[in-house]
Ligand binder design. Sequence first.
Ligand code: SME
Length: 315
Amino acid sequence: MDKAYFAGGCFWCITPFFARAKGVAGVVSGFSGGEEKDPAYEQVKAQQTGHRESIEVSYDPQQTSFDTLLHIFLANVDPYDGGGQYIDRGHSYTLAVYYQNEKERLAAQKALDEIPGAQIALEPFCGFYAAGEEHQEFYKRHPEEFAKEMEESGRTKVLSEKGERLVRQLKSFAEEEPWYVSLLPNAAALIWETLPDLNWAGFYLIRDGVLALGPFEGKTACIHIPLGKGVCGTAAVKDSTLRVPDVHEFPGHIACDSASNSEIVIPLHKNGRVIGVMDLDSPSLNRFTAGDQTLLERFAGVLEENIDLGELSVE
Ligand code: SME
């Protein structure tokens, strides 16, 4: 197992985003960046040492990479906040990537160069001290307190604002041009740019009785999916959203991209009939939450309300 070290604000909150990722064997909450050995949680919280709340991610380099972990890290922090993260203020809650070698340093520098103005320290790794047992896997041990912390810290709000922006942007694209040839590629791109940890996002539309590939982002994909087959064909026939935590356990899953591990498929309607599906794939297991489903169903609703199907129109 390889290890990677990040400081992303409150370690309770940042842990689940890594823990559920493919190839991650474990995440330990602890402290990095200060000189004192084995600091206490209270000392670090009170800014009495130079440490930051940090996490140690153990991962299988055959299944994931430092670059992927970096991507997860950047997608779940506010990179411009140099004074802490959300409600948690002070140096111990500031952002850092602790690199262990030149390869990691270069990868992190490259990622940071793509976010001008980011307030993220890039520091050599100088030791990690695990926090007490009560801080480990906090989201699993204390789901209610975890949810409260996510809420009160402002993280949930920031995530839901991201969702609101997504829906607003789609509406403004649809206002300018509702024709499906213009709208669907931008809808796929919007999802691709906004939601982290995806390897495919796009559409299949029913044509001559099968699902035919529509606009998408990601690797080249299967062109035809029979109705009733795969996750897409099943969602279309059942006319309900399918959220699949592990696609390898879904009977008849169609593997267009072998990187996919979880998937969500939402049927699209026009005039009361299913006209196709919106499909999102992730390399992480269990990537799509109930919150994602709600947001994506709203997104699909805006598409349905506005889309002009042109020559594909159904009466
Ligand atoms: N996995 C899908 C096929 C489409 S690709 O994921 C883009 C399925 O089982 O229907």
